[in-house]
Design a protein around this ligand. Structure first.
Ligand SMILES: [Zn+2]
Length: 160
């Protein structure tokens, strides 16, 4: 689907589920997406302004990928047995374990699943350089983008 600037990289440090080392995980937040009808959430039928989070990304423009990897080298194409397909996701910088999108995006209290403003404040947000509309192929997570956008800490420094 088409994404338009601005596009944000969300970052957080978490403890690896396997080796307990501190590691950075990232995700992509998009306030402006031209998304297909089937992605629209029945809970938000009229709210096309709701910022979205991309999960299970299977295509990402090379410029965006290199921007992310310069900050967080562990972000790469992962073979997920849980998801049953490859997608761009996070891995632990210490042991290399996959830190699945489900783990950070889909469970309340997870890295990118804040349930209140205080949890959202632990997320860092930096703008991804994007000069014009580009294509990303992914699933969408709807409903927490606004909370994150309103409360996360804006940074211009490196995430890692
Ligand atoms: Zn680890």
């Amino acid at each position: 689907m088409k994404v338009y600037p601005p596009l944000y990289l969300m970052g957080r440090k978490i403890n690896c589920w396997r080796c307990d080392a501190k590691t950075s995980v990232v995700g992509i937040l998009a306030p402006a997406v031209d998304y297909p009808e089937e992605f629209k959430d029945p809970e938000y039928p009229d709210d096309e302004e709701e910022p979205l989070i991309f999960v299970s990304i299977d295509h990402i423009p090379a410029t965006i990928l290199s921007f992310i990897q310069a900050l967080v080298p562990g972000y790469k194409l992962q073979d997920s047995r849980t998801a049953g397909h490859e997608y761009y996701g996070n891995s632990c910088r210490a042991c290399g374990a996959l830190i699945g999108d489900h783990y950070i995006h889909s469970e309340p209290g997870g890295a990118f699943f804040p349930t209140n403003a205080e949890e959202a404040q632990r997320i860092y947000l930096t703008e991804i350089p994007l000069l014009e509309a580009d294509e990303i192929s992914a699933e969408l997570s709807i409903g927490r983008g606004g909370l994150i956008l309103d409360n996360a800490q804006r940074v211009v420094r490196k995430l890692e």
